[in-house]
Design a protein. Structure first.
Length: 350
């Protein structure tokens, strides 16, 4: 039975990837390794935790000895690496956490794979899940393609770019079979409400101000999280070793336009007067070094692996809003405790 290690499986994207693999591949043993930081939540996996092929390991990828021992013990055949510090605003306040987890943690995993796999790479794969932010910021035209030069602009994206470089270096130098994918902004159920979509859904519901950075004109390219998980499945099984795949749904939105869609749909769902939630929009100081535009050209994964998004944006947003409205307890749980002090500090002027 192949053993696959999925790191960061208690987080937003990781939990959807773990669920997909556990359910689609009952013949695989799936190990979810997660430190359970503020962003990791085992509630996300309640529905599958009893299944025979799912195993949870609590641990920190920054702890090299622990990672090495885990690999020695379990002899994983494959790794899908998602564990990371993932929020740009937090990276601006505290870059070191990002260097430890995203860079040192990734290199620890590569070292463990190198040491345990030795030179026997038959049916082995180290799949590193990365972001489009490594490519930097676009003006109005053009797209990120796989050969776009790296130009990270935030401590978060610099740490992810660094981890991507290490993954490629270990392939080139030691022959570790690797694949990298770089995806655009995800949205959907189980996302921690520090990120734009769940933060604004939660604030609209609670009639709290909607803090729009700058003029709200920055553009992001949005993909439903389950479509990202499907792409990861395809890349893991059909991707070519040594290659990079960009993942995105050709779905660009100016922040302010997306926010107005959230307000409109939520007014309808909450039975509010049309326009009521838009009154909550509050322009605040811009994010430092705020990237203007991201846009992924996903032609390669579409043509070579036959992937395409399954959901139209309108459907995805409606499903996402319904999920948060129906899971208020989940939101209340994750927004209590430490998150309260983060929120008060980050949005103190709002
Ligand atoms: P997330 O913040 O929701 O989850 C991260 C998970 O990693 C959490 O469960 C956390 O507990 C775990 N983790 C953090 N530090 C750890 C450590 N030191 N050891 C072990 N586990 C640790 O993140 P996400 O949004 O699900 O992103 C997952 C991955 O996908 C990241 O690598 C991110 O860079 C990448 N990505 C995210 C997006 C997006 O839009 N969210 C888009 C493209 C790529
Ligand atoms: O592009 C992929 C990346 O997308 C991932 O690698 C990151 O892990 C993920 O967090 C996301 O990064 P962004 O910075 O684009 O996402 P965020 O949800 O933080 O912000 C989206 C846009 O909304 C961005 O232009 C900043 C703006 N914004 C965000 C917040 C939290 C606001 O205007 N107000 C806010 O309060």
């Amino acid at each position: 039975m192949p053993k696959i290690l999925i790191t960061g499986g208690a987080g937003f994207i990781g939990s959807h990837v773990v669920r997909l693999f556990v359910k689609e591949y009952p013949g695989y043993d799936i190990y979810n390794l997660d430190k359970l930081t503020y962003a990791g939540n085992l509630e996300n996996l309640k529905d599958i935790e009893e299944l025979h092929n799912y195993h949870f390991v609590k641990g920190d990828i920054v702890d090299g000895n622990f990672i090495h021992e885990l690999f020695e013990k379990e002899k994983f055949d494959g790794v899908i690496h998602l564990a990371a510090e993932s929020h740009v605003d937090r990276s601006i306040k505290n870059p070191m956490e990002f260097i430890f987890t995203n860079v040192v943690g990734t290199v620890n995993l590569l070292n463990a794979a190198k040491s345990v796999w030795k030179d026997d790479f038959q049916d082995k794969l180290f799949y590193h899940v990365s972001t489009d932010e490594v490519y930097g910021s676009l003006d109005e035209g053009g797209f990120f393609v796989e050969s776009t030069s790296y130009d990270p602009q935030s401590p978060y994206s610099a740490s992810k770019a660094s981890s991507d470089h290490f993954v490629r270096a270990y392939h080139n130098t030691y022959g570790i079979p690797v694949i990298i994918s770089n995806c655009s902004n995800n949205y959907g159920p189980n996302q921690f409400p520090e990120k734009l979509v769940p933060l604004f859904i939660n604030n609209i519901r609670n009639n709290k101000p909607l803090p729009v950075y700058g003029k709200g004109e920055n553009v992001r390219d949005w993909l439903y999280v389950i479509d990202h998980a499907r792409a990861i499945d395809l890349v893991y099984h059909k991707g070519k070793v040594g290659e990079t795949y960009n993942i995105g749904g050709f779905n660009e939105w100016k922040n302010i336009d997306l926010i107005k869609v959230l307000c409109k749909v939520m007014d309808e769902k909450l039975g509010r007067e049309p326009g009521a939630s838009e009154n909550l929009i509050t322009y605040v100081q811009d994010r430092a070094g705020h990237d203007m535009r991201y846009a992924i050209d996903a032609t390669k994964i579409m043509k070579e692996l036959g992937w395409e998004p399954s959901l139209q944006f309108e459907e995805g947003i409606a499903k996402t809003i319904d999920w948060y409205l129906n899971n208020q307890k989940w939101l209340d749980n994750v927004t209590s405790g430490n998150y309260k002090s983060y929120y008060e500090e980050q949005y103190k002027d709002v």
